[in-house]
Design a protein around this ligand. Sequence first.
Ligand code: FMN
Length: 151
Amino acid sequence: MSDRNLLLIFGTETGNAEELAEDAGHLAGSYELIPTVMDMEDISLATLSTASRLIVICSTWGEGEQPVNAQDLYDSVQESDEGLMDGVNYAVLALGDTAFEFFCESGKEWDGILEEKGGTRVNDRIDCDLDYDDYAEEWIRTTLEIMKRVV
Ligand SMILES: Cc1cc2nc3c(=O)[nH]c(=O)nc-3n(C[C@H](O)[C@H](O)[C@H](O)COP(=O)(O)O)c2cc1C
């Protein structure tokens, strides 16, 4: 029997990614999923790597840098062994601003490192500019529908 769990993690400085993760969590029940929304700062590598379904929502700060609450987790994943993310079905929503040179760089990094460590990308990443509301919601609904069917 497969579980119905969905882990949603957010990397944020001013709350946009957190708000989207909470919204997605509220929607998840309609897709027969049991959501857990967590700050990247509060999650262990063990919990991350044993998730069967994972949605990453992360903004970019500085000049293409991870938000402060995301940096340690990102570094841990990067330093981890090959295959750590085997069995993790994931998708990434990146928040950013096209006015910056390194648009949505953190989300791109998450998308890349999760695949490199063995995760399975189940939906293409979306890179959101500041007017992300409608695009993000559509992507979240599509991704939840996909997540409902995996595992
Ligand atoms: C000081 C500052 C630096 C930023 N740097 C980048 C950047 O390098 N690349 C990018 O795509 N967006 C950048 N952004 C835009 C943020 O990622 C965007 O506003 C996002 O929605 C913030 O989400 P959050 O509240 O979850 O942190 C920056 C914003 C600020 C204020």
